[in-house]
Every structure is written in C-alpha cells, then in structure tokens.
Design a protein around this ligand. Sequence first.
Ligand code: ADP
Length: 642
Amino acid sequence: MAEQFSFKAEIQQLLDILIHSLYTDREIFLRELISNASDALTRVQFESLTNSNLVDAGAELYIEITPDEEAGTLTISDSGIGMTREEMVENLGVIAHSGAKAFVQKLKEQQAAGGQDVIGQFGVGFYSVFMVADKVRVVSRSAHPEAQAFAWESNGSDTYTIEPSDRETRGTDIIITVKEDAKDFLKPWKLSDIVRRHSDYIAYPIYVGEPKEGEEQEAVNKQVAIWRQESKEVTDEQYDEFYKMLTFDWEKPVHHIHMRADVPLQFYALLYIPAGSEANPLMGRREPGLKLYARKVLIQDNTTELLPDYLNFVAGVVDSEDLPLSVSRETVQATRVMANLKKTITNKVLNELKRLQKNKPEVYHQIFEAFGRHIKQGVVVSPGEREDIEPLLMFPSTKTASADEWITLQQYVERMAENQTDIYYVIGDDYASATRSPHLDAFRQRGIEVLYFVDPVDPVLIMGLSEFSGHKLRAADEADIDLSNVGAVSADEEAPREALPEDQFTGVQERFKAVLGERVTDVKESKNLVGSPARLVTSDHNPTRNMFRINRLMDRDYELPVKALELNPRHPLIYNLSGKLAADPQNPIIDAVIEQVFETALLQDGIHPDPASMAARLYQLMQAATERSGWHDCRRMAARRL
Ligand code: ADP
C-alpha cells in the first residue's frame, strides 16, 4: 500500500517554478542527479572502509543512464549507499540543498523577474528533475543489510507517495517519465554530450545506454582525478571547468596552483584563487576549506585544517597518499600528516602569491583587491608567519598616482629619503580625504613618501605591523616625529613666511587653550605644518589607539581620543587671529574661528562625530566674511547669534 505525504510549502513553490520554467539550460538536471549519485557512491565507499557488513560489499561503483524511447523514460541508477524509507521522507520531502533554499528565497524577493535565467547558476539539487519530468519514481535499497527497498513517487504536484518495492542490489534508480517537450533527453548521444560537458571529472564511471551485445561497455566520462594528472596534460579550459564543478562559482578563477609532492609527504593538490570575494551571490558564501581525499577516496568536503584562516579564500582539492584510509572524519585533524600537509601547502600558496606579485602584477593586483583583507588579517593573527605575509601587503602612497596604484613595503624602503629610517603612514577614512591631510604637509615639503592606510581594516593591521625589516612604522600624526634631518626641502619651495613673534603666538595659544579646555590635551607650536593652520597630534604609541575607528564602523561604543592641537605660527590665519586679539579680545569671531579650526582638524582626521553640526557656525563665519565693512561689524552680528 502506498502512503501519501505532502511536500513542505517551500518545495511546492520550487516545484511550481521548475515545472513551469521555459528554462533553456534544463539539461543541468542531469548534472544534479549525477552529483547526487556520486555522493551516494562516495558515502558507501567511505563506509565500507570500516564496515564490512554492507549489501554487495564488493560491487562495482558506477552510475548508469538508461534511456527508453518507447516507454518515454530515463533511468539514472547508481550502486551507492541508497536510502531507507525514513531517509526518503527526510531527504526527498524537504529541501536539503542549500542552493535550492537560497533560490526560493531569492525568487520570493524578486518574484518572477529574471527568475528563470538564474536557475542554471544554482545547484537546485534533486528537484531540478521536474524541469523535464512529468513523473519521477525513486526506487532505492539502502546498503544496510536489514533495510528493504522502497519506492518514492511524485508528479511534482503537492504530494508524493512511498511504497515497498523490490530492488535486489543496493543503490538507487531515478526513473523519470520525460515530458513531451523534453524527449531529446532520451537520445544517447545527447546524454553522453551532457555528461562530458558537466560531469567529466566525476570519479566513478558513467555508462550511457545498454551495452551492445558482446561488448564491454565504456564509460562516457574521463573519471580522472584531474589533480593527479600532469599539469601539461590539462588545458586551461579543463582547469576552469573543474573549478566550476567544485565551487559553483560562475566566474573563472584568477589563478590555479597544481602541485605534486613526493617528499617528505606524498600528495597532490589543485588549488584555485577565485576572482571575487563573494562567489555566487545567490548561493551565499562558499564554505571555506579544501576537499580532502586519501588515495582518491573523499574523506571530507570543507577541510579547514589544511590552510591558515587568512588563506581560506583558496578553494581546491588535496589528495594524500599518506593518510591512513581508515582515518575517520573526526580523527583527521589529529594526525601528524595533516599538520605537515598544512605547512607544505601554506608555503606553496604564499610563494605562489609572491611569484605573481613579481611576475604578474595585474593578476596579483586583482587578488589583493579581493582578498587583501584576509592577508592583512594574517599579519595580525599569525605572528609566526609575519615575515612571509608582510611582503604581500600593498598600499597606495603619496607618490603613487591613484588609490589603485600600490607599492610594497619593500619598495617603500628602497626609495626612502635621505636619512630616513622609519616608515610613515597616514590613517584615513578614505583615500580622497587622506590625500588632503594636514599631517602630510612636512612630508610633502621634504619629499618623504607616506603610505595611505585607508582600508577600514588598516587600524587593525597596524596592531600586528609595528616594523618591517628593521624599520619602525610610524603614523604621520605622532607628535614626536622630527623630520628636520630627513629628506630635503626642495629648492623651488617658496621661502616660508616668518613665524609669528613668540609673545604674540603665546597669546593665540592661550586663547585656544581657554576655549577648547578639556577637548585637547595641549596646544603647541608646530614644527611640521606648512600649508595648514592646525592639526591634531597624538603622543599615544599604543598599537590599539585606532581601534575606535573599527568600533565606530561596527556601531559599537567608542570614545574619541583626546589629542594635542598643533598650531602653525606661519599661517596667515594665526596671524589674523593674533591681530584680532590685539584689537579687541572680546570679538566673538575669535572664539568662533578657534572652534572651527578645532573641528576642521577633527574632520580632516575623519573623526568628527557630527560634521553637519558645523553648518550654523560656518554660515555665521561666511556672513561675517562677506559683511560690507568687513570683520569689524561681525561683533554686532555675532552678539546676536552667539
Ligand atoms: P543535496 O544533494 O544538496 O543534499 P538534493 O535535493 O539533491 O540535495 O538531495 C537531497 C538528498 O537526497 C541528498 O542529500 C541525499 O541524502 C538524498 N539523495 C538524493 N539522491 C540520492 C541517491 N542517488 N542516492 C542516495 N541518496 C540520494
């Protein structure tokens, strides 16, 4: 007696979309079913390593595709692990496939619009069969000896049935009654073609059609473990194709690393660097980790123990000859072999990145653009590997042409100015505003290069990067930087204006102190400012001093650091203020200017908590500046407003 069940609501939606899709690439249903069959084979192969009590213990592992034009059916069979009755309910009655879930979700969001074009970019899993099926019958017998065969059947409407069935051997048959407009899928040549295009690297033989009388049947797919081939035997297309099968990323990888090692460990690896940090946005993030095989047997899908976290953007396959086959998924981590594999593979990836940086700078640029943040994270969290990671870092600088033109720390050091021993950087919220930073005045004047640290993670980076090959890294806003002997002021630089006489400057300085109070730690005369009237400097050398920027980004609580204000005694604005003070110390424009100087300095460091709050004062200052009789009348005006 067949029992009837209802599909979960989300499956009904998915089925509805699939059945009514006019989708031209519906051949991918075959890829999905073959992939499921391959998984079932891998699972039984794995299980048989430790459990000899399985149905057909020694049976060949294969996939068979049998079209029957007369009956209008297509059958995909495998000798895999099979399913019990419970497993059928569990696996074929709910959406197991994360891709399918994301797909339904996406479709709900953008109802219909463009929906049909995206099916191919998903693995929608088993249900994709309903793009070509009027009816599907799944007959399966689990490999576990006491289990019985059952048949699951559905026409893709709201319900499915399950009934006892017979199948002598272990495994699964998916019997598809093909839709009228999908009869093409009953042609053996067409099926073979699809298999070769989408499933060539499946590790088990895929047979298409009945064997001819007296002939040994040949598998349609290559079944090679591509990573075990000589790299000169593999074409770029094959590498890319394999990557797509592996990751479902539709963009080509930027680079692949095909390696084979014999001593001290024997293993094969095929690694890829994806083009972007978000693989398929509809599929969600790819899970980090490599596929781990032991002598061609898949042990674990997302093995994160083979590369450090900061390289987890690398995708690929590792196949070891040294891991014991009896290794279980749980004990894999603990083996010494794993630690050695990790070391060797990590070195290889780092060396390869270095090589690209040198020989294929455009490729490396693309990689660093997508994954530079991962690499920076490595500097902070893997201090032991710092020396290998640091050369990979790149930054724009005051001597590069744009935000997208970067140099390495090594390049920086090689072209340091005369007598320069430290490496200078300026932190900013973005490149454009950092280029206008007042901290750069003196560096520019003396021809000293400064790196722009304008990536939001850079404040974290400097916690791990205090020096590079013997040179200290120093922020351009550190109060105690003395550049007087470093570099040289270029000859065509205009002779600087005289500094304001000491006693007059003190007057201005005292007024700033009085107005700003606790908002600054001190007000000092600057030795470094050239074209700017003021800047905020810090004497805090604690590497965590910029963490507030991260906290602010993440909407966490943070406190603005209180810094010292430096004034430029040569700047006309400071001269003017001094004049105003002498003429009438009560003139309210003086304090308004002081406030604005301070807030502008905050703004230039990207740490003004509320820039819009300056608007009222700015209007007031503009109004004063445009009064017909000049600054003198502003007192009356200001008295009204302040
Ligand atoms: P996914 O393969 O991503 O898990 P599917 O919807 O394609 O999602 O398949 C759902 C589940 O059904 C699989 O996870 C598996 O447990 C089971 N299944 C599908 N096909 C087979 C098969 N040929 N042999 C054994 N189990 C299968």
